[in-house]
Design a protein around this ligand. Structure first.
Ligand code: GLU
Length: 229
């Protein structure tokens, strides 16, 4: 088990992500990281091995990573040792897409072979990085992130809760889940995702539990929910 927190709103994202991840520490983890997107769309990723405190100190409590949209992650390694490179978030090859993942992709090896043949490259040993690169592969074809997510979900087998950012869509996020917990929190001019309620309880008590196959596409002011169909 590990933890996911996502935020988009008017406030700075990184301190909220760090605060939320701290509330999920009980779930256990070996490394932590965040991807924060600024208003121009640029996604900055910071990661650290070990305690969340290390990530917090590296980023001055989050203030060194400006931006009001972001995803945070505490990792419990299943594929690849606990390390900075294997910590989440993971970028796609062109760094346009960033992903946090809770779960296990069982068919990641054949997918990795397929993606290598398509010219994609990998930095980590994780199963998660195939998701980032599959998203990029389909996004290049469709130029539509939602479609790219659906096509990616059609290829991956296993369990996942995912938070996804795309450089072309500032302040917007997509979250999906299957066999790993994920909740959505409605705020005032801000919205959240998290693995569990305590992560976002200081900000909202209006929460929905996503079902397997659900997808939510959201900005700070709006959220669209889709089921598997
Ligand atoms: N399977 C992924 C990894 O090893 C995610 C693990 C987790 O849920 O923290 O990186």
């Amino acid at each position: 088990m590990c933890g996911i927190v996502g935020f988009t709103g008017a406030a700075q994202a990184a301190p909220i992500l760090l605060d939320g991840l701290a509330k999920l520490e009980y779930r256990g983890y070996d490394s932590a990281g965040m991807a924060v997107q600024n208003a121009a769309g640029k996604i900055e990723v910071v990661k650290a091995k070990g305690r969340l405190k290390v990530l917090s100190e590296m980023t001055d409590g989050g203030s060194a990573v400006p931006g009001s949209c972001g995803i945070g992650h505490t990792r419990w390694a299943t594929h690849g040792e606990p390390s900075v490179i294997n910590a989440h978030p993971h970028y796609s090859r062109d760094q346009k897409i960033a992903v946090v993942h809770n779960g296990i992709i069982e068919n990641f090896l054949p997918l990795k072979e397929f993606l290598l043949k398509q010219g994609k490259t990998f930095r980590s040993e994780t199963d998660t990085e195939v998701i980032a690169n599959l998203l990029e592969y389909y996004y290049e074809q469709k130029n539509d992130l939602r479609k790219a997510v659906r096509l990616t979900l059609g290829r991956i087998e296993g369990s996942y809760a995912l938070g996804i950012l795309c450089a072309d869509r500032p302040d917007s996020m997509i979250a999906v889940k299957k066999d790993s917990p994920l909740i959505f929190g409605f705020g005032e001019g801000e919205n959240f995702i998290a693995s569990d309620v305590p992560a976002i309880l200081p900000y909202t008590r209006s929460v929905v539990y996503l079902n397997d196959g659900d997808m939510v596409v959201f900005t700070k002011n709006a959220a669209q929910f889709y089921d598997a169909n």
